[in-house]
Ligand binder design. Sequence first.
Ligand code: NAD
Ligand code: MG
Length: 396
Amino acid sequence: MSGPLQVTVLGATGSIGLSTLDVIARHPDRYQAFALTAFSRVAELHQLCCRHRPRYAVVGDTDKARELQRRLDSDSIKTRVLVGEGGLSEVAAHPEADVVMAAIVGAAGLRPTLAAVQASKRVLLANKEALVMSGALFMQALRDSEAVLLPIDSEHNAIFQCLPSNYSQGLSGIGVRRILLTASGGPFRQLPLDQLAAVTADQACAHPNWSMGRKISVDSASMMNKGLELIEACWLFDARPEQVEVVIHPQSVIHSMVDYVDGSVLAQLGNPDMRTPIAHALAWPERIDSGVSALDLLKTGRLDFEAPDQQRFPCLRIARQAAQEGGTAPAMLNAANEVAVDAFLSGRIRFTEIASIIEDVLALEASVPARCLADVLSADARARTAAARWLQDRDC
Ligand code: NAD
Ligand code: MG
């Protein structure tokens, strides 16, 4: 009998990484951590290695790798420490890894996630930025390999659960009218508009329903997260942008819906806890305990819906435009957003300037086809340079 599935967790110290390890630890007979990665948090990664005893650990630079290896050696833990992007791709594509959780935040996750796809792994995709940047190439790599891609983003996981297994034939072939992508509206859904410019990073990160990393929390507050998810949904489910409608649902109990031509609307519901989609994707097509409590509908009481306010959430409009343009536009959108969010989190710009930076960067050049990874990476670099220049000009 074969042993537990070997799981590489890219971004193990993050919010999704820790939730993944929580689910894995509930099922030691089924799953074993094979490799755990972090960028800089050596102390946290050390603790995770002590608990989960992976074969490999990966950190961002050689100094940190030396420090982690020294700590592990002195605890007589046999984990071998690797470094940088090469190390990430090695553990993502390692012949003995069965499952790869792609949970690095941002563009940094692209290469290792692609490496996992090319190596035909079961890839659990949380790192939406990777797909947004390189959707066409990513999906082609998936078709060229025997990889299985399972969405972790709660909305896409919900949509996946509401679609029949032959959905890759195309949405019209399976009678889908539209995808209803739900959004909580974040912490500023009802804030008076004239106060938006003065919100702090901590206020933006205080999400009403979900506990997440800081970058995605800001994206949720600006609704760029929903914009990125719209693009993600188009790639995953072969939808056109106009087939994906965003609906604000403040309770975050319905995680998304599929509207069929016969008038049926299928929804997936649950408590807002990422261990549900993680457990779903780990065990699919089976079901396992995730540690998430049963949904108490009586306590939930009501489910509300509203249309997103275009004035409050300009990022949603900008992302939809980038989705329609295609080519390199989504990669530039993502890169400009990463720079803008970073600048907001470090107190350099106001919340409302995030959308201005992205819109100005995208206006600089027309989208061109993204034929290869170099096209994507070069668009990403150009957008980062333009966003950095925007920030410099602002400070002058
Ligand atoms: P996080 O900030 O909590 O964790 C990010 C992880 O990525 C950390 O382990 C960090 O060490 C690693 N990392 C950061 N920069 C890196 C770099 N340059 N090189 C290598 N590793 C690096 O983020 P998170 O909230 O866990 O989100 C991770 C991904 O999952 C994001 O793409 C996010 O959009 C997506 N996602 C998260 C949630 C959620 O509930 N947190 C939900 C849906 C999707
Ligand atoms: Mg989501």
